[in-house]
Design a protein around this ligand. Structure first.
Ligand SMILES: Nc1ncnc2c1ncn2[C@@H]1O[C@H](COP(=O)(O)OP(=O)(O)OP(=O)(O)O)[C@@H](O)[C@H]1O
Ligand SMILES: [Mg+2]
Length: 249
């Protein structure tokens, strides 16, 4: 028997005026898997993330996380359930250090308390988690550096760290390698491969090498609909996938 999915999306629709950004998307993400969402520009990938995390309400359909409804919750409440995300564009505090960025994220995980007057051991927990996270994202020796002075690739790694420091059950990454050089992409891929398996990953990615080396399962979106889904090898061999990419190029 297969276990119930960690994330179960059913018939999700989102319209913007006359445009259907999501036109009835159903998708299941199994616990502890790495699931990629691919598709041409404008396919609805980021909108899907925005609906999952409560940034954008759906027009119809629903999302269950651990069997409980999350559609209708605020982004904060969704995060508290254990869903965290990084954005397509950077979202760091550039004047704070790597350590400070990670500590803030760790302290604001929504499950702990945010008290300024908390006990010292409560404050220590975010510190430890921040250093652990820095290790996981390969920035252990960059903790004192100001985020704004990091290279582009390092900033994107820190972005993932900020999302990871909240200890999510489900981590959503929106194009983590966008704009990266081949070397930076390789470093990021390696880092993502090394993340703990307990963290379920839902990743939007355009780079097929990254998808191929990371994803257990791939869903292809096209005009707000699921075109196909399966293993990377399966999806790769589907001629329709080529067509939508070539058609959009
Ligand atoms: N807030 C909004 N208002 C109006 N239209 C929107 C809004 N957000 C997204 N759209 C439209 O919905 C469609 C899907 O956009 P979305 O950003 O989800 O695509 P995407 O698959 O993430 O594309 P990309 O690969 O370029 O990031 C696009 O046509 C976009 O212009
Ligand atoms: Mg997008």
């Amino acid at each position: 028997m297969t276990p119930p999915p960690l994330l179960a999306i059913t018939a999700l629709t989102r319209t913007f005026g006359a445009l259907s950004a999501l036109a009835g998307v159903s998708l299941s993400v199994m616990s502890k898997t790495r699931h990629a969402v691919i598709g041409p520009n404008g396919a609805g990938k980021t909108t899907l993330f925005n609906v999952i995390t409560g940034q954008v309400p759906p027009s119809a359909g629903h999302v269950l996380f651990e069997g409980r409804l999350v559609t209708g919750l605020s982004p904060h409440a969704v995060a508290r359930r254990g869903i965290s995300r990084s954005f397509q564009r950077t979202n760091l505090f550039p004047k704070l250090t790597v350590l400070e960025n990670l500590r803030l994220a760790a302290a604001a995980d929504g499950r702990g308390s945010w008290s300024l007057f908390g006990r010292v051991d409560r404050l220590r927990a975010p510190f430890e988690r921040a250093t652990e996270t820095a290790e996981a994202i390969g920035l252990r020796d960059r903790l004192p550096a100001t985020a704004g002075t990091l290279s582009y690739g390092e900033q994107r790694q820190l972005e993932v760290g900020v999302a990871l420091a909240t200890r999510p059950k489900l981590l959503l990454l929106d194009e983590p390698t966008a704009g990266m050089s081949p070397e930076e992409t390789q470093r990021m891929t390696h880092m993502l491969e090394g993340l703990p398996r307990e963290v379920t990953l839902l990743i939007i990615e355009h780079d097929m090498d990254v998808v191929g080396s990371l994803a257990d399962r791939v869903t292809v979106l096209h005009y707000g609909e699921v075109l196909t889904e399966g293993t990377f090898d399966h999806v790769k061999r589907d001629p329709r996938v080529y067509e939508v990419y070539l058609g959009s190029a």
